[in-house]
Design a protein around this ligand. Sequence first.
Ligand code: BDP
Length: 692
Amino acid sequence: MRFRHTLLYHSLILLCLSADLMAEDGYRLWLRYDKVSDPVMLEQYRSRITHLVLEDPNAPWPLKEELRTGLSALLDKPVPITSNAAQSGCLVVGTPADSPLIAALLEQQELEPLPDEGFCIRSMKKDGRSLIIVAANEPAGVLYGAFHLLRLMQTQQPIENLSILQRPRIGRRLMDHWDNLDGTIERGYAGRSIWNWPDLPGKVNPRIKDYARANASIGVNGIVLNNVNSRAEILTQEYLAKTAAVADVLRPWGIKVYLSIKWTSPMELDKLSTADPLDAAVRTWWQTKAKEIYTLIPDFGGFLVKAYSEGQPGPQQYGRTHADGANMLAEALKPYGGIVMWRAFVYDLSIDADRAKCAYLEFTPLDGKFAANAFVQVKNGPIDFQPREPFNPLFGAMPQTPLMMELQITQEYTGQAMHLVYLAPQWKEVLDSDTYAKGPGTTVARIIDGSAEGHCISGIAGVSGIGDDRNWTGHHFSQANWYAFGRLAWDPSLSSEQIADEWIRMTWSNDPRVVQTIGSMMAGSWEACVDYMTPLGLHHLMAEGHHYGPQPDYVHSARHDWSSTYYHKADRAGIGFDRSQTGSGAVLQYKPPLQQLWGSVETCPPELLLWFHHVPWDHRLQNGQTVWQELQNRYSRGAAYVDGMRNEWLALKNDIDAERFEHVKNRLDEQYNNAVQWRNVCPAYFGQFAQD
Ligand code: BDP
């Protein structure tokens, strides 16, 4: 009897456990590895991959684990690991250093030379055996190759004649966490920080491993652990030990840790009388700190710095420049191969009354003055992660400085974790924008990948917003933005449609109807958000502080550049911020022909019209509508799109698991209510000035 009870108890526990593991709560992200549903493809995969060959018995465990579990689950049969490719159907994985077969193939030129980063995947016949080879020079490259192969199978692509050679176009691909040491996350909408600082270093949250894995699967190779609005404590011995414990978990997945530092750390932690970057004691303090960090974390990535911005201290307080500050830190990190990412998110209105102009004015005179291991980190647009902005004019304006681009994955200004907004089209618009800096074709992507200006370091960062919600991002569809960030950081030339297609197949289903429906919902979702929030180039109309919902009449008593009215400037005469040559002149920060194109009301595209111009309400657009009519049309169009998404989603009820279906359905309802609010509030507000 007792035995039966125990048995029952254990079966119950097992049941609960497996229910939890298989719960459709989004935890598994795009790494679901469900059995391949198409029988023809399943057969192909099963015949092509019968064994996994790792010649090195000490092959890195993430690689082993990922391939073993991934392949066995996708193929729904165990795929044994062997140490030699004796038969057909072997998948051989490794580097020339740990695989004699790969080394020999390279020597015999049967494999093309491997890229420094990245990987090659090749199907080949060798002595009558058909093999698939995944090779790279470094363990991280092998891991990327393995994830690529798994992705091909997850998305049900043929693997019969593989000939793939890939290298990342951008060197540093970072997730920036704005996590505070108390566990809260600035602009995070998916719960609390996954680092669990109080438990570290003794107890490491097991989620961190899953987080690393997901990042490695999309090529992310660095994580900044803490908020740019940093606290000095992060550099104490106590927190460095915690950081080292996280670094140990991330390292096997090819990911380095970085930290945001506070400029006045030497004063706060060790009572130095100054934080002047040219002061000898300050320099020594940072050098000693760097040594301490690298003793604990030999592959530490470097520092991210928000200085003299939004109340943060900086070298300017001591009469020094951004370059003086960055170079002092760069000098301390240089012996260990670390880098500095110095943010250009500054808007001191004493420099110019137009916030959009400030960073350019402060930073361009410093071009050529930064140390070789210092990046200037530039947000995609000149204001602040608005639904739509023109690209930041700093791109192309600092040819001697490697610029790292900062995007926002967390949806601070785009509906947070409530709205389905697929941001890849926004990022593509920026990456594909032509700066004309070195003649036509000098796209922003070519500036940040270093190719246009010949830099040997390059980087891109996404503000993550990842939290401890089961689905990581709050909204299941926000996972797509994380996924897209990694894929674009790897290859900015991928299309947003292709990335969405991959993500949908891996996250939801390979059923063509589901892929098509979700793909079409996602495709227009960003443009719809622009329409129902800030159409025609409007910006920063969000409610004060939390940035969710409309507040076009908001006036900040102390800082007019934090007021909505500062940005839209609606009055009886018209609407929009005049940044033309005769206005603030911000358009002149762009190269010709953009100056002319965007500088004239006649040729400025409607998407940027009110960003660059103050136009009368009855100004006619090319489509024959007045600005006032078009504004109302676009607000309505945006809200209608969300209504359309609701219906499209409802039609998938039988194709999606109930848990995720309901979750998304409820959020779409909330998104629609919010879009309607925008559509009602903004036109009603502007209507008091507008003339029909
Ligand atoms: C803005 C956020 C603010 C950040 C700031 C930054 O509202 O919370 O601290 O950017 O990037 O978007 O430093």
